[in-house]
Design a protein around this ligand. Structure first.
Ligand SMILES: [Mg+2]
Length: 210
């Protein structure tokens, strides 16, 4: 089975990441004439498949708040985002990647197969979808300016971020926290296991311009 992508979501993060055009005709063209390649996936808690970005903490909380409310328009979006950041929860997490164990206070921990969110904000500059590795991105703090930068798609403040590259990881949170997988809200968890599945799916991508 080969996966082809037709962008039809609201942010289309994965499609943007993979340079798949938003126009239907062009996207279909890639499914027909693009290049087939293997792509890694991440298996989360032995049940969820992650192709793009999953996280525990403030971003998942934001997704839940959007789902709960009847948010409309840019102002509505900003209002919910603002409320979410003002009431943000600080996570206390232990991250074990086989050899090492780290403890962190964080506002979110991202399990990243790819590099950027649908808004364009780059969370994981090292992300490659076919290198047999994924990244744990710990966002330790989020300042007001940092928040505005994300909203303006300028990316994340590097000094507040720590990135660990790995093949598998266990994340334990002291308190249950909101969790999302590829933009889909899952619920509250205090334990996440993640394992890379190298080249797990075949996907159609645009030809590379050389
Ligand atoms: Mg990778």
């Amino acid at each position: 089975m080969i996966l082809g992508i037709v962008p039809a979501g609201s942010a289309n993060g994965m499609a943007k990441e993979l340079m798949i055009p938003a126009k239907l005709q062009d996207a279909l063209q890639i499914i027909e004439n693009g290049r087939q390649t293997g792509m890694d996936t991440i298996l989360l808690n032995e049940e969820h498949l992650c192709l793009h970005l999953s996280d525990v903490g403030i971003n998942a909380q934001l997704i839940k708040n959007f789902e709960d409310g009847d948010t409309r328009g840019k102002m509505g979006y900003l209002k919910v985002a603002w409320k979410t950041i003002v009431r943000r929860q600080v996570l206390e997490v232990t991250i074990k990647d086989g050899k090492k164990s780290f403890c962190h206070k964080a506002i979110m921990v991202v399990i990243a197969n790819a590099g950027k969110y649908g808004t364009g904000a780059v969370i994981n500059p090292e992300g490659e979808i076919d290198d047999g590795l994924f990244e744990i991105v710990v966002v330790k703090r989020l300042t007001l300016w940092g928040f505005l930068k994300i909203m303006l798609s300028l990316g994340f403040d590097n000094k507040n971020i720590e990135i660990h590259q790995t093949r598998s990881v266990n994340i334990l949170a002291r308190h249950r926290a909101h969790f999302q997988v590829d933009g889909e809200y899952i619920g509250k968890v205090n334990k996440i296991t993640a394992v890379i599945q190298p080249g797990n799916i075949q996907i159609m991508l645009p030809e590379i311009d050389r």
